[in-house]
Design a protein around this ligand. Structure first.
Ligand SMILES: [Zn+2]
Length: 410
């Protein structure tokens, strides 16, 4: 049937264009049409058609022609344009509210972060603040000629596909339909778990130009990401793609039990990893705080690092217990899912490389396959509010996943 055939061709074009965008984003050097065609396995004619559409719609631009060899015509490398396509990342976290806007060429267009304690906050008030923050940004982007491909919000909790928050225990939020907040309707925003988005921020070329610097993780690598804030979140990435599980809840490493007789976790079980190695647990065990209110913000972290470096007994014991618990949980994770790269995000950066090497040795010595594989622990390349950056990347990802939907000039 002709109609069915036409749909098939449109789907094929959309798919091919998506592959072209991903290939350009993952490449550390600009590629010509011929190089792209060869790499992807498309004809030069198809590649010309696809790249023409992307050029006309301001997604790509042509760079100065270069001679690829002494024979033949010089090739024109293609790169992402700037100033036209952006992704918006927003975050409400225990330590503040903010946003970042990412250009498809990898530049940060603008951003802001309001540092504040967000524990037990009213959701309507939090979303009103986010709304006030975003309105002028949306106007400014429109005036500058940007088109927002998508927007994503990072929350520290369990979320579902339909923008429903099941629970965010640190906020005291349960079963919220986020679609009722105007910012979601205006931006067509989606919500995602903060650890998942922080992991996405570490995948180079996921939906914006791969950075030129040395990156410990490649675009198609696999890794476990551990996000440590008041609680501990996690995500895992297999060959460059997030593994979400059947319902989108995979990766909750903070609720791996490391002590059957340990203290009660906010999830209701006993001895979860985050009851020993989360920020709340660490600062209380180190004697720096006594209650939840005092550990809500991140202001105690410098004191924790200083006490640990200074050899304070309580701090040393708290960190030692946390390291032992983390090593046990990470070794169990490696045994379960067989991955050698572990990216340790959040507050652990502040303890430095020595602690990281110590933890790596502990995990290595505990894994079943210790004679056959070597685990590699690393701090993430993206640190400051990685979930917010990952949210902006996910916004841009909509352009990558379904590009023809956005193309107005053909
Ligand atoms: Zn728990």
């Amino acid at each position: 049937m002709p109609a069915a055939k036409r749909i098939g061709q449109d789907d094929l074009r959309n798919h091919n264009m998506s592959v072209v965008l991903s290939t350009i984003a993952r490449s550390r050097t600009p590629m010509s049409r011929a190089a792209l065609a060869k790499s992807i396995g498309l004809t030069k004619a198809t590649m010309s058609l696809l790249t023409d559409i992307l050029l006309k719609n301001g997604v790509l631009r042509e760079l100065e022609p270069v001679s690829e060899s002494t024979y033949g015509r010089p090739a024109t490398p293609l790169a992402f344009s700037s100033g036209r396509w952006a992704g918006v990342g927003m975050q409400i976290n225990t330590d503040g509210v903010g946003y970042t806007v990412l250009d498809v060429n990898g530049d940060v267009v603008c951003g802001d972060w309001h540092e504040r304690t967000m524990v037990n906050v009213n959701p309507d008030a939090a979303f009103a603040e986010l709304d006030d923050m975003m309105r002028p940004v949306e106007r400014d982007l429109a005036e500058r000629g940007y088109r927002v491909a998508g927007a994503q919000l990072a929350l520290p909790g369990l979320v579902t596909n339909g923008n429903r928050l099941l629970v965010a225990r640190n906020f005291g939020w349960h079963d919220l339909d986020l679609n009722r907040y105007p910012v979601f309707a205006r931006l067509g925003a989606k919500v995602d778990n903060e650890a998942t988005l922080a992991a996405i921020a570490q995948i180079p070329g996921y939906a914006s130009q791969c950075a030129d610097r040395d990156w410990p993780i490649g675009p198609l690598d696999s890794f476990v990401y551990v996000s440590t804030d008041i609680g501990i979140g996690g995500a895992y990435v297999r060959e460059g793609q997030i593994v979400r599980g059947d319902h989108g809840f995979a990766g909750e490493i903070g609720h791996l039990c490391v002590d059957m007789h340990g203290s009660r976790c906010r999830c209701g079980r006993h001895g979860c990893l985050e009851t020993i190695a989360g920020r709340r647990a660490l600062t209380v065990a180190a004697g720096l705080a006594e209650d939840d209110g005092a550990v809500a913000g991140t202001e105690l972290l410098p004191d924790l690092y200083a006490a640990w470096r200074g050899g304070d007994t309580k701090a040393a014991l708290a960190v030692e217990n946390a390291l032992a618990a983390l090593a046990a949980a990470l070794a169990s994770t490696v045994n379960m899912i067989d991955m050698e790269n572990i990216v340790l995000g959040g507050l652990w950066n502040g303890f430095g490389d020595g602690l990281l090497a110590d933890l790596e040795r502990r995990v290595q010595s505990q894994i079943l396959a210790r004679d056959a594989m070597r685990v590699r622990l690393m701090f993430p390349p993206v640190t400051g509010h990685p979930a917010m950056r990952g949210a902006a990347v996910m916004g841009l990802r909509r352009l990558f996943d379904d590009p023809m939907r956005f193309m107005t000039a053909e």
